[in-house]
Design a protein around this ligand. Sequence first.
Ligand code: GLP
Length: 239
Amino acid sequence: MKMKVIKVEDNNALSTKAANIVCEVLKKESRPVLGLATGSTPKKMYEFLVERYRKGEISFKDTITFNLDEYVGLAPTDSFSYRYYMEKHLFQHVDINKENVYIPDGLAKDLSKECEAFERAIDKVGPIHLQILGVGLNGHIGFNEPGTSFKSRTHVAKLEESTRQVNSRFFNSIDEVPKEALTMGIGTIMEAEEIVLLVQGEHKAEILEKIVYGDVTEEVPASVLQTHPNAYVITDIDI
Ligand code: GLP
């Protein structure tokens, strides 16, 4: 085994474990810097974090967050945007200072400038202490599709048709799924001090096997994590 794998029973256990790891960083760092992900996988982790905030166990007062990605062309108020997702599942429920929330702006007039500004913002406060990641069925992290350079920085990414198809479950129809997104690059992601990849559900068994045991190749973006000194997987899949 090349990458550390923490096997848990189910989604509940996965989310508890992930929330605990986030809480540790919040308690340890005076100014925690988190890298956050969207998608169905981390939803319950956010729910647990909100619960723990409500119990007074944690605060986000001094936390700075960077989200991995955002669709091009969707407004923050659009219920399919990742900004909307983050507000709904975390930010509106906790004491985070909105000025410390960074999500690439998919409506920016100049998208490459937006990507540069995002990189500069990370540089200013980084490194990211803890990066939470999910993974796509094709091994993508953020929206870094197979073939993306491991050295890539935040950029405009073209979505694979298979990704649009998979993600269409969150939209009314496939036609509504944007064809492009802004995403933190793989090189950017790899600069985080600690990276936790959350992989939930049997349908991801095949890709997880490749990520953990397969070759490190740009064809399987998440396989790059094998080369990170402090990256590991939490999964409910028997591997
Ligand atoms: C999207 C996001 C990824 C996410 C992936 C998996 O494509 N861009 O950041 O990790 O989906 O999502 P899910 O957790 O819903 O399987």
